[in-house]
Design a protein around this ligand. Structure first.
Ligand SMILES: NC(=O)c1ccc[n+]([C@@H]2O[C@H](COP(=O)([O-])OP(=O)(O)OC[C@H]3O[C@@H](n4cnc5c(N)ncnc54)[C@H](OP(=O)(O)O)[C@@H]3O)[C@@H](O)[C@H]2O)c1
Length: 329
């Protein structure tokens, strides 16, 4: 009797394991088919692209793809050792030596201003700006500029950079701004009387608030630059196996990584929507949209709220101390 029971439980174990493997295989096939793929035939000869956070993750894959298409690519990164290593690998793999690494740390608005000054002094054209750099789990701390650190790295810093480069981006039209947001923008809880979350913050809410601001910034640029040949769009890359989860506690990160390895996108797959928005001729007149898997998707109601967007824009200008002579919209 007990031998019979043990044989039944062994059979269930084998069936369970087979079910898990089957689910993993199914998930992989589904992801590969549904991820969306940027058109590999589009060339970027004589184009200049800036990708922030390009030393790793989906930013690295997007930068490598642009180099492969013939663009001059600037990797805008905070750690120059990692940035130089990424630059050398991209040059080696693509054969394009027009790849450069420059320093920018979004935790410091001075660093953002120095980077923008350098770019404006050296680049006569900027055709593509990908605001990709981002971090999660930075805690309840302030930046040296007095802003919430997580909000500054993910939103205020890129917002300032975009504004400082906007004049050159307009002069370079047709040109494109791509903001890497996240599905998490749906769970944002922005208090307009406390944009900098002075009353206290949770990492998840900081992240979601910053990602809503990324969409709103792209939408506002699209509205303010309507009629020009500059388009601005945002995207969710999917859930991608990158270093983005590095600051999460180990008890959460380790099992999550295990799951992600099996069920979620590779960085190359995750970069496809960025590349699509930066290169596809099919969307050259599409602006102010949110994309998932290389297709237009529905953004949250708050992301579509024009009055709310204007308030976020004005508050962001105040938080980064944007001067009147730095407004190019
Ligand atoms: N992975 C996902 O599942 C997922 C999902 C939705 C949205 N996203 C978004 O995708 C974007 C790229 O993330 P990823 O997944 O590729 O993550 P990642 O591998 O961690 O890459 C993030 C990049 O941002 C840079 N960065 C972080 N803080 C910075 C700072 N203060 N100044 C300048 N650069 C900084 C990092 O530089 P260091 O290497 O020096 O830290 C790195 O190059 C982020 O905006 C993220 O919110 C990712």
């Amino acid at each position: 009797m007990s031998a019979a029971l043990s044989s039944v439980s062994q059979s269930y174990g084998v069936l369970g394991a087979a079910g898990l493997v089957g689910a993993a295989v199914f998930a992989r096939i589904y992801l590969t088919m549904s991820s969306g793929k940027a058109d590999p035939s589009v060339k970027l000869i004589s184009k200049t692209a800036i990708v922030t956070g390009a030393n790793t993750g989906i930013g690295y894959e997007a930068a490598k793809d642009f180099a492969r298409r013939g663009a001059k690519v600037i990797l805008a990164c905070r750690d120059m050792t990692k940035a130089e290593a990424a630059k050398n690998t991209i040059i080696m793999e693509t054969g394009n030596d027009q790849v450069f690494a420059k320093k920018v740390d979004f935790a410091s608005l001075t660093s953002v201003r120095n980077f923008a000054k350098d770019i404006l002094a050296t680049e006569s054209k900027i055709h593509i700006l990908v605001n990709n750099a981002g971090a999660a789990g930075l805690g309840d701390q302030k930046s040296e500029d007095g802003n919430h650190l997580g909000l500054q790295v993910n939103h205020f810093g890129p917002f300032l950079l975009t504004n400082l480069l906007l004049g050159r981006i307009k002069e370079s039209a047709p040109s494109r701004i791509v903001n890497v947001s996240a599905m998490g923008h749906r769970w944002a809880k922005i208090d307009l009387d406390d944009i900098n979350m002075e009353k206290g913050s949770k990492d998840t809410v900081v992240y979601c608030n910053s990602k809503l601001c990324n969409i709103i910034t792209a939408n506002e640029i699209a509205r303010r630059l309507k009629g020009t040949d500059v388009i601005a769009n945002s995207l969710h890359p999917g859930v991608v196996m990158t270093e983005i989860f590095r600051n999460l506690p180990g008890w959460f990160r380790v099992p999550l990584h295990g799951l992600i390895k099996v069920f979620y996108k590779t960085p190359e797959e995750g970069a496809q929507t960025i590349i699509h928005l930066a290169t596809s001729p099919k969307i050259e007149k599409v602006s102010g949209e949110y994309f998932v898997d290389c297709k237009i998707a529905t953004m949250s109601d708050q992301a579509k709220d024009v009055e709310f967007a204007k308030k976020i824009w004005d508050l962001s200008e105040q938080c980064v101390k944007l001067q009147d002579n730095e407004k190019f919209y």
